[in-house]
Ligand binder design. Structure first.
Ligand code: FE2
Length: 387
């Protein structure tokens, strides 16, 4: 009986509008939710790119009031969440629209939680800690990678403890995700690379996760195929609309896969690293990914062989060890092609930092679905490999 229960899988997803111009549906959806005053969450980079004023205008044209909240850091902080919730309540907002990358979207989720629970955001760390419904969330991603617009994760940075913590809850899956590849046209090549590698890691970790299932597998494999064949080209030709759309689609599928299958050691370790050094999340993943693949390989050989085949590696006649080597080389080459060849040492990580990083990594919920059960010493060794 226990076995029957553990084979059950749930699949949660927002209502999704995908395609060029999807962002322009924002006022229709806000009105559907009965909005009168919208909290529009974003960050200074997205304001400068011009997307915030466009979305604000669309909402104002339909007679809705808008309150902007754009004081969000690249790794959103607990105090920004608390301030955002204060603004939401002070102005009597009733719907939250977020436009941007993972940072404003995660911050918007956390603002939603605090606005209806009234406590410190850190109290919701972990899995399913919310008790009250949160305001309607309408998200418009402007990067192709984080997938906060489809996921049940919010990652917040606690600067005081120098850690990032995860909130995992169905209640933070947005109500509507308006996924519009046009919005990614303002990403730099570096951001395209970081977010694209993040999406690839989402798909790989979801596929080998102990929480994977039929519904997440099909999304994960298609995401791997799309990102593997289009990301390096997009970094070279950022103006190509077709490539942008393919990467946005890959990112969305990776998001649907990882939101439901959860992730693994790359993310557990990269959350810890990102909290410690305040580095871009995708860059942290890129520095760890092949080392975690090596570490996990023996625990999910068949699944990694399918990943290798999906990335175009001809595995016929190869031993498992040879497939592992080819996969590692392929991932390293892809990282080089998109301009992310760095190692942890370059950003100042020392051997003496590794015990602290590892202590936090093994507390992260993502470690629970890693295909290889891991203790602190295991994680320390992987960080050492990545130095
Ligand atoms: Fe990620």
């Amino acid at each position: 009986m226990a076995q029957e229960i553990s084979s059950l899988r749930k699949f949660v997803a927002p209502e999704i509008i995908f395609g060029s111009g999807a962002r322009k549906m924002v006022s229709n959806y806000a009105k559907t939710f009965g909005a009168q005053k919208v909290l529009l969450v974003s960050d200074p980079g997205v304001v400068n790119a011009g997307w915030v004023v466009e979305i604000e205008q669309l909402l104002l044209e339909e007679g809705l009031d808008v309150v902007r909240f754009t004081q969000v850091s690249p790794n959103p902080r607990t105090e920004e969440v608390m301030l955002g919730a204060e603004v939401y309540l002070e102005h009597g907002c009733d719907v939250i629209v977020a436009i941007g990358g993972g940072s404003p979207m995660d911050c918007a989720k956390a603002i939603g939680i605090v606005s209806t629970h009234g406590t410190e955001i850190r109290a919701f760390e972990g899995i399913d800690q919310t008790t009250n419904p949160i305001p309607p969330l309408i998200f418009i991603p402007t990067t192709a990678g984080t997938s906060a617009d489809v996921s049940q994760f919010a990652i917040i940075s606690d600067q005081q403890d120098r850690v990032k913590f995860s909130i995992v809850s169905k209640s933070v899956v947005p109500d509507v995700s308006l996924i519009d590849p046009d919005t990614t046209s303002t990403m730099s090549p570096f951001l395209t690379a970081c977010t694209g590698v993040d999406a690839l890691v989402h798909a790989i970790e979801a596929f080998v996760s102990t929480g994977s299932g039929a519904l997440t597998d099909m999304n994960a494999l298609d995401a791997i195929r799309l990102i593997n064949s289009h990301l390096a080209l997009l970094v070279e030709q950022p103006e190509d609309k077709y490539l942008r759309e393919q990467i946005m689609l890959g990112s969305m599928k990776a998001g649907l896969a990882f939101s439901n299958a959860i992730l693994g050691a790359v993310h557990a370790m990269s959350h810890s690293l990102g909290g410690f050094l305040d580095l871009p999340h995708g860059l942290c993943n890129a520095m760890l990914v092949e080392h975690v693949i090596d570490y996990n390989y023996g625990s999910a050989e068949d699944r990694f062989a399918v990943i290798a085949q999906t990335m175009g590696i001809d595995t016929r006649g190869l031993t498992s060890r040879q497939i592992q080597t080819r996969l590692r080389n392929h991932v390293q080459a892809l990282k080089r092609d998109v301009g992310l060849p760095d190692t942890l040492g370059k950003f100042g990580v020392n051997m003496s930092d590794i015990p602290y990083l590892s202590t936090n990594a093994i507390k992260d919920p993502c470690i629970l679905t890693n295909p290889r059960r891991s203790n602190k010493r295991d994680v320390e060794l992987v960080y050492e490999e990545a130095l």
